[in-house]
Design a protein around this ligand. Sequence first.
Ligand SMILES: Nc1ncnc2c1ncn2[C@@H]1O[C@H](COP(=O)(O)OP(=O)(O)O)[C@@H](O)[C@H]1O
Ligand SMILES: [Mg+2]
Length: 405
Amino acid sequence: MIFRDRLVFDESYRPRRLLVRGQEASMLISRYRSRLADMAGFTDVSLIYGSIGRVGIGKTTVAWYVGKNVEEMARANGINLKYVYLNVFGAPSLHQILSVIADQLGLGVSIRGSSAIEALKFIVDHLYRRDTFLLVTLDEFQSLLLSPKMPEDDLYMLLRVYEEIPSKDGINRISFLLVASDHRVMAYMRERIPQVESQIGFRVHLKAYTSEELKIILRQRAEEGLEPEAWDDRLINMIAEYFGDDKGGDGSARKAILTLRSAAELAEAQGAHRILEEHVRKAISESALSYVPIEDLRRLPQHHLFILLALAELGIERGDWGTTGELREKYEEVCERYGQAPRGHTQFHSYLRELSTLGLIELRLSGKGMRGRTSLMRLPPEIPLDRMKEVLEAVIKEKGGEDWS
Ligand SMILES: Nc1ncnc2c1ncn2[C@@H]1O[C@H](COP(=O)(O)OP(=O)(O)O)[C@@H](O)[C@H]1O
Ligand SMILES: [Mg+2]
């Protein structure tokens, strides 16, 4: 037996204790705790962010952990507090965001026919009547800032609710923990919503994981998910050293964990009693060779997938960097193939920026030409184009139509 509990290796698995990033988490938890204690002002906005294209470095994990812990801490102190997590990639409208919050709060009234401001009033009033505090995570927050269809007024209304809608008893009950995967998020905020930016509480920059950090993370997974005789530290170290940022890897806990899982699966498939170095080698080389970020793709809205598909096809047909114009043309062709109307130009551009934020496309400016500078783009070189095309087509098919955008 190799696995003790397979779920431990699932993407959705959340570790109960954070052995790495515990300090950052405690800092945030104590900040919310002290805001909760000073009764007039649970209106904190804090921010966790990473660098562009750095995925799997624990941003979402830390936010979730903080939220759940603040919730528990409040409960232990007899305070009602609800943590609501939502991913705003693809930039949902304010109204869509509020519906999710209302649903999770169990508001009991439908906000479908009401305006955003009315919906906010319902929420503020609900919190007042139930004497409940609310902590909201907006993950991939940079999406909202980059989206041309998200007005500043809406961002203000959401993040500074009580300026617009004072609570009946003067007690503010809504705080935010924003998560962004783009270090430029502060600059974007300064530009679009300076009054929120200047009041940010903690800003926590998460870096890519080092080998030592990955060893701790992997050992924790192995202890929880594998049989004790099926693994040893040597194997863990080998994976951690390959992916560690200090050793030239990309510092992603996600990739390291998935690699440990595939090594375990290989051992299992061969009927081995334990994971061998050979299984680890194979798992590492597979992760390097056929690197298509399928889990990241599954999280993308439809038109982002269309753009990537267009870019893959463009790459297959002619290689090299493509221009915005070429990509746009290909994208329209893809939309037509799937019977969908293409997005307008402004939105198309904001999707491009979002995808580059995730490290899924590379963007650069061309040298000065006759008509000034133009953007050039391609898929990152480690992605095999034909495999990417296949995977995208499969993901588009499995997703069907349930999107924000
Ligand atoms: N400090 C940590 N301890 C344990 N597991 C972690 C830690 N950081 C990340 N992980 C795991 O790595 C994966 C990716 O982390 P995630 O928080 O989704 O990264 P990001 O949001 O930065 O892309 C998840 O499966 C998560 O459980
Ligand atoms: Mg994340």
